[in-house]
Write a protein that binds this ligand. Structure first.
Ligand code: PGA
Length: 257
């Protein structure tokens, strides 16, 4: 079985109290599967709560094999950047992953490929693994531009951040039209784009990344994605907010071929 990853992106859900409850539930529902998975190093499980919940999450996860991630970081190490949080601060609090370039940040905070690359470089410098999100919007898919858009995002990233940084990244292919809509890509659609990403990374940058699919992954459809040869796991939004569904997705990854 290949190595897999299931990462929960909680977005702006769960303050400290709710984080404590949800993590306790996850640990309670899944002691077996989570410890088995990571003991065997076959499924990496990551939880990405909001910034203000990282401390409590770090404390609760410290004696588990579940890793902690943040949802964003600034590209500078420190300085006059009001409202920002650096990769060094995330590392200090116990994060080992950070999501960069999520489409909601590209949309709401005008994040460009270049800025996202700078964030990933800062994350790598602190020993964090960036989870780099890419993906096309509905109009781009309908116009047959998916390959061009995704290829361009990867190329721009790699040219700015460098192949070494790309090598440290987990890539999450998240078609924007599938995020939070309940309309997931089909496993075949996702596989097609994952193959494209892998081939591009191998041919141009000599990198063979772990590639997650994200966008309306649920406990019902996760296993169909995990059957695909180039899908190495999932970045899960809504379905990661419930302990049972999240753990079911982890178990589906464990049972993948
Ligand atoms: P979703 O979100 O699973 O709720 O569609 C995925 C994501 O935005 O990472």
């Amino acid at each position: 079985m290949k190595r897999m990853m299931v990462a929960g992106n909680w977005k702006m859900h769960n303050g400290a109290d709710q984080t404590r409850k949800l993590i306790e539930q996850i640990i309670h529902v899944a002691p077996q599967s989570i410890s088995n998975s990571t003991k065997a190093k076959l499924v990496d499980v990551v939880i990405c709560p909001p910034f203000t919940s990282l401390a409590v999450a770090a404390e609760l996860l410290s004696d588990t094999t579940i890793a902690l991630g943040a949802q964003n970081c600034h590209h500078a190490n420190q300085g006059a950047y009001t409202g920002e949080v650096s990769a060094a601060m995330l590392s200090e609090i116990g994060c080992t992953y950070v999501i960069v370039g999520h489409s909601e940040r590209r949309r709401d905070a005008n994040e460009t490929d270049n800025l996202i690359a700078l964030k990933a470089v800062a994350a790598c410098a602190e020993g964090l693994t960036p989870i780099l999100c890419i993906g096309e919007n509905l109009q781009q898919r309908e116009q047959g531009k998916t390959s061009d858009v995704v290829s361009e995002q990867v190329k721009q990233f790699a040219l700015s951040a460098g192949a070494e940084c790309l090598r440290s990244c987990v890539i999450a292919y998240e078609p924007i039209w599938a995020i939070g809509t309940g309309i997931a890509a089909t496993p075949e659609q996702a596989q097609e784009v994952h193959t494209l990403i892998r081939t591009l990374c191998e041919d141009h940058f000599d990198v063979n990344p772990m590639i997650l699919y994200g966008g309306s992954v649920t406990d019902n459809n996760a296993s169909t994605f995990f059957l695909q040869p180039d899908i190495d796991g999932a970045l899960v939004g809504g379905a990661s907010l419930n302990a049972t569904t999240f753990v079911t997705i982890v178990n589906a990854a464990l049972q993948s071929p």
